[in-house]
Design a protein around this ligand. Structure first.
Ligand SMILES: [Zn+2]
Length: 107
């Protein structure tokens, strides 16, 4: 089942809503929550050609981290010739998540 990224949340302490769509260098990417991302059971995936970011629908508090990870893959592909290693993408997205949380951009 495919759901849109936007989830209704009324509570103050609940996680910030994920955007339903993000644009990276002219590529519009729909953010879709899915039961299964791929055969390897990844938590997320993205395709600038197909225009989506897929996130597992049961990530809970990890969903923003995985979202930023996939956004960084898209930025790397569009602006950096996909030169970042998987390890670098993971570490930088962890750093982005920490800074964004501390600034109160996301909860
Ligand atoms: Zn990755």
């Amino acid at each position: 089942m495919v759901e849109h990224g936007r989830k209704t949340s009324g509570k103050k302490d609940s996680p910030s809503e994920l955007p339903s769509r993000v644009t990276v260098g002219g590529h519009q990417l729909d953010v879709l929550l899915v039961e299964r991302v791929d055969r390897e059971n990844s938590e997320g995936a993205m395709s600038t050609q197909k225009g989506y970011i897929l996130l597992k629908d049961d990530l809970g508090a990890r969903s923003w981290h995985v979202f930023l990870h996939e956004v960084l893959h898209a930025i790397d592909e569009v602006y950096n010739d996909a030169k970042l290693s998987e390890r670098s993408v993971e570490h930088i997205s962890q750093g982005l998540y920490q800074v964004a949380r501390d600034l109160g951009w996301i909860r």
